[in-house]
Design a binder for this molecule. Structure first.
Ligand SMILES: C[S@@+](CC[C@H](N)C(=O)[O-])C[C@H]1O[C@@H](n2cnc3c(N)ncnc32)[C@H](O)[C@@H]1O
Length: 173
């Protein structure tokens, strides 16, 4: 298979954590060009890629022998009876306009996770002026406030020059 993707650093760096914590099933929520989905499925995880269906179909054409567990339209995610071990969200909250939709996105993540499941979020970090490509950049408090208010506890967080990463655990259903 031609390697067209470069997975996000936060995902690559978390592989040991996923393996140590017996993570098997993963939703890549806002999968875009499938770079993280493909990377994780090639490492043996069961991956459900969620995005606009036309985006998923378009991205899928670049790969042969793609072994994803499912492609799910983001408008239909609520109707899927899934309880996965992990949801990953890479640079999706940045492009969602409106606080209600961001809350719904975190709530959907919550309901598609088993109790004790994890949510790994990476977002563009706010430093001075928000870049034009972003509807919303975050500081650490803003990200934590959003996620912790929706039933998650923080496991760990870190930041780099441009991004913030938070790893959260679903508290209870
Ligand atoms: C900047 S891209 C990031 C793609 C991928 N996660 C990555 O790291 O390469 C953001 C993606 O989020 C998707 N998206 C936007 N709003 C969404 C929503 N409400 N639920 C799920 N995905 C959404 C977009 O269609 C787009 O593919």
């Amino acid at each position: 298979m031609i390697k067209l993707y470069k997975p996000c650093k936060s995902v690559v760096e978390s592989i040991d954590f996923f393996e140590e914590n017996e993570i098997n099933s993963i939703i890549d929520y806002g999968a875009g060009k499938l770079k993280n989905s493909i990377y994780l499925s090639e490492r043996g995880f069961e991956v459900y890629a969620v995005d606009k269906m036309e985006q998923l179909e378009r991205s899928k054409r670049y790969y042969s022998n793609i072994k994803l567990k499912g492609l799910i339209d983001y408008n239909k995610i609520s109707s899927y009876d899934l309880k996965v071990d992990l949801v990953i969200s890479n640079f999706v909250l940045n492009i969602i306009e409106g606080v209600e939709i961001r809350i719904r996105y975190i709530d959907n993540s919550y309901f598609k996770l088993k109790t004790g499941g994890c949510l790994l979020i990476e977002v563009r970090r706010r430093r001075g002026i928000t870049p034009k490509s972003c509807n919303k950049a975050f500081n650490q408090n803003e990200l934590n406030e959003l996620v912790l208010s929706r039933g998650f506890n923080l496991i760990k967080s870190r930041y780099s020059k441009y991004s913030l990463v938070g790893l959260y655990i679903k508290a209870s259903n």
